[in-house]
Design a protein around this ligand. Structure first.
Ligand SMILES: Cc1ncc(C[n+]2csc(CCOP(=O)(O)OP(=O)(O)O)c2C)c(N)n1
Length: 325
């Protein structure tokens, strides 16, 4: 698939934005400034940026908690996300929640009901609505490897397959579900084998190669959009930080982290761009300066924003009747 130069550079920009935003959140967490925990996608950013960027404007993303890239790509700003982490009124949930349980229907992003795979059946419901209304829209739902061991994963996948719904299921297989390594999670080699049980075609991609993730997602969305039903995409990657920033991840062998460090998704994309798209590092440095500035401005915005009042807690609790996605 030919990807336009402009899109390749945008993919790089979003990878950097996601990494820098979450690195800053990590520092703030260790300074005690974050209200709640800090779960990051460090090392796996190419998954959420890739599948998020491949969606069209009217599509729906049903991300899980390690999908910061998808939130940003869809248009939820770094400012609002930083304010969210600091518990401010200007955050995505208006200060009701302190971390990543975020979504915004204005940008076609569902807030996930839990960290596990419940967004699979939720996304499936939206795909059913699109099919019933005859709309050419698709849903992308993502979960971790651990999430695929749960019942909601099964229910979402099975229903979508039976009804041939326009949904693409993504799996961020980052080798660990909290402390549980993949070999203690399932007796099969590839998570993708699970899709076979539902009659869903699957694809395994290098989750640290954003061009591969983007291409696989784009192709699967087109199949779904044209009535071909769901695809399951397993993105093989590695969670490079703890489950969240409170977790030192001592249980992960150092050699495994060293091996995956060499396959960092951002370094991979830099190499790809230098070999195929750009003439020198200047353009990359320009993008990085832009990202740095954006994160500094986001932090300043969040710091200056007010906390919500008790009355604010009563607003936005229920959907407004008649509102449609
Ligand atoms: C029902 C339930 N059980 C346990 C948890 C705690 N928990 C949150 S995420 C998680 C691990 C998820 O692993 P995986 O799906 O592989 O995603 P990853 O963290 O690797 O991205 C656990 C055990 C939870 N939120 N809900």
């Amino acid at each position: 698939m030919d990807i336009k130069r402009e899109d390749l550079l945008q993919l790089y920009y979003y990878l950097k934005l996601t990494r820098r935003l979450e690195d800053r959140v990590t520092s703030l967490y260790h300074q005690g400034k974050i209200l709640g925990g800090a779960w990051t996608s460090n090392g796996t950013e190419a998954v959420s940026v890739g599948y998020g960027y491949a969606l069209e404007k009217n599509d729906i993303a049903a991300p899980y908690f390690r999908d910061m890239g998808a939130f940003l790509v869809r248009g939820i700003s770094a400012k609002r996300i930083m304010a969210q982490y600091l518990g401010k009124k200007t955050g995505v949930t208006g200060g009701k929640e302190g971390n990543v349980h975020i979504g915004d229907l204005n940008f076609g992003v569902f807030a996930f009901p839990s960290h596990l795979a419940d967004n699979y059946p939720v996304g499936t419901g939206a795909a059913l609505a699109f099919k019933m209304r005859g709309e050419k829209r698709v849903v992308a739902a993502c979960t971790g490897d651990g999430g695929t061991s749960r019942g909601d994963f099964h229910e979402g996948m099975n229903f979508a397959a039976v009804r041939k719904l326009p949904i693409v299921f993504i799996c961020n297989n980052n080798q660990y579900a909290y402390t549980t390594p993949l070999r203690l999670q399932m007796a099969i080699k590839d998570v993708a084998e699970r899709a076979l049980a539902y009659g869903i075609p699957s694809k395994i991609v290098d989750g640290n190669n954003i061009v591969e993730v983007y291409t696989a997602a784009k192709e699967a969305y087109e199949i779904a959009r044209n009535g071909g039903g769901p695809t399951f995409i397993e993105c093989k990657t590695m969670r490079m930080h703890g489950h969240s920033e409170h977790d030192s991840a001592k249980y992960v062998p150092k050699e495994l982290l060293e091996e995956w460090k060499k396959k960092d998704p951002i370094s991979n994309m830099e190499k790809y761009l230098l070999e195929n798209t750009i003439d020198g590092k200047d353009e990359l440095e320009g993008i990085d300066s832009r990202v740095k500035k954006e994160i500094e401005e986001a932090e300043a915005f969040a710091e200056e924003s007010p906390y919500p009042t008790p009355e604010d807690g009563l607003k936005g609790v229920y959907a407004t009747p008649g509102e449609e996605m």
